[in-house]
Design a protein around this ligand. Structure first.
Ligand code: ADP
Ligand code: TMP
Ligand code: ASP
Length: 246
């Protein structure tokens, strides 16, 4: 598989064509952004940590029967993925109230949401990723109703796999954002699952172990991402060493 032209550079990842037009290379960079790109910094090792973390999670989801774009790790900071026709929509599932839902609805941070909520946001930094609903998606042609229904079903299926996975490591999966796209007409999970796009709290202390450390200037951002990974059983060094010889 040869990596060809750079097709797109996002806030945290770059996307490259390959010699097979059904596949792409995702390069996880050290760039870290928050507030729709208004706060940007480079955090050493973040690209590697998120690439390996994402590979671990995507493989867990695949094994549980959830279709993802992930094919294989190519290097410490690159993965081969299926090229999806992405829906410009972010699917957010919340198990515990935090972040924008607290501001929007005036609820205190930390209350349990049972059943978990499902929210849709338009992927548009200039507009600040506004909240939308299924009716907007249908009217503006951002996705077919059947595809959004499937994305919602898969978003909750991800919760069934990941909530217990994190809990076994003493970590609460507070909320997360997923992006889906189409591959051969099927709705498939794309983008990434890493501490950049979810909230993770220590079960005992409720210490924040995710990108809120960056958003709120709490320090030890990458150390916390790595700690979560190690508690899940990820061995970053061995994984990188194994790719290098394969
Ligand atoms: P952003 O575009 O929000 O700044 P990133 O820096 O993470 O985000 O860039 C990665 C881009 O690649 C995102 O726009 C994402 O929607 C897109 N993407 C992720 N996975 C795939 C895929 N499998 N096929 C096509 N595009 C993808
Ligand atoms: P929010 O509380 O800001 O709405 O975010 C909910 C979760 O989704 C949180 O874990 C962060 C994640 N998220 C992103 O990673 N990118 C986004 O653009 C949005 C809207 C949310
Ligand atoms: N992922 C978005 C950004 O990079 C939103 C956020 O994380 O605050 O700006």
């Amino acid at each position: 598989m040869n990596k060809l032209d750079k097709l797109y550079a996002g806030k945290a990842k770059s996307v490259f064509a390959t010699d097979d037009d059904r596949y792409l290379v995702l390069e996880f960079r050290d760039d870290t952004s928050a507030f729709d790109g208004k706060k940007v910094e480079k955090l050493a090792r973040k690209g590697m940590i998120n690439n390996i973390f994402n590979a671990f999670i995507m493989q867990k989801l695949e094994r549980a029967g959830i279709s993802t774009h992930f094919e294989r790790l190519l290097s410490a900071h690159e993965s081969l993925v299926k090229k999806l026709d992405m829906m410009p929509v972010e699917c957010v599932v919340r198990n515990i109230a935090a972040g924008s839902i607290c501001r929007r609805l005036g609820v205190p941070e930390g209350i349990d949401l049972n059943p978990p909520t499902f929210e849709l946001f338009l992927k548009n930094d200039e507009l600040g990723d506004p909240m939308i609903n299924e009716s907007h998606i249908a009217s503006f042609g951002w996705g077919e109703p059947g595809h959004i229904a499937r994305a919602r079903e898969l978003s909750f299926a991800v919760n069934e796999v990941l909530k217990p996975l994190f809990l076994d490591a003493g970590i609460l999966l507070v909320d997360y954002k997923l992006e889906f796209g189409l591959f051969d007409g099927e709705v498939v999970l794309g983008d990434e699952f890493s501490p950049d796009g979810c909230r993770l709290w220590d079960q005992e202390t409720r210490e924040k172990l995710d990108k809120d450390r960056f958003r709120k200037e709490l320090g030890n951002v990458i150390e916390s991402y790595e700690l979560v990974g190690r508690r899940l059983g990820i061995d970053f060094e061995s994984t990188v060493a194994a790719i290098a010889v394969s």
